[in-house]
Design a protein around this ligand. Structure first.
Ligand SMILES: [Zn+2]
Length: 154
């Protein structure tokens, strides 16, 4: 699976990629040398909307995203063949820190999620970094639905 680093204009795209299970860093800085350096260090592909950001070496990989809307950006990456989608990786990462989330015993979620969610859901997951708890449907609804549509249309 490709690893990405998204520039500061693509924060929502970064979250969308994390929802799909892609290891994606979000670079908030503005230094083009630094983003290229970070990408090289970890073998990441740069995602940007900045037309001035160009590869410095043959091995630098930069994908320029042309769409404005984060969902359409995902679709664009998918249609250009940069993404492969599969259910297994879907919702495997924390949207905030990019860490892989881990399943926890159901009892551990009690009191930490709204009661009705606790009674409704069988499985809970936790981010090892920020401790945020996830469950089926805890991801932002609209994006989740649209990603699932995209997934099942392919
Ligand atoms: Zn987290």
């Amino acid at each position: 699976m490709m690893k990405f680093i998204a520039d500061r204009m693509l924060g929502k795209l970064a979250k969308g990629l994390r929802m799909l299970g892609y290891d994606t860093l979000y670079y908030r800085g503005e230094d083009p040398h630094q983003i290229i350096h970070l990408a090289r260090q970890e073998g990441r592909v740069i995602l940007t909307r900045n037309t001035k950001l160009v590869p410095k070496r043959a091995s630098d990989r930069i994908i320029r995203v042309s769409q404005d809307n984060p969902f359409l950006q995902l679709k664009e990456l998918f249609q250009k063949g940069h993404l492969s989608l599969n259910d297994e990786n879907l919702f495997s990462r924390c949207l905030l820190c990019n860490a892989l989330i881990e399943e926890i015993p159901r009892e551990e979620a009690e009191g930490k999620v709204p009661d009705f969610i606790f009674y409704q859901q069988k499985r809970f997951f936790r981010c090892p970094q920020c401790r945020r708890i996830y469950w089926q449907g805890s991801h932002p609804g609209n994006m989740q639905r649209r990603l699932e549509e995209l997934l099942h249309s392919s």
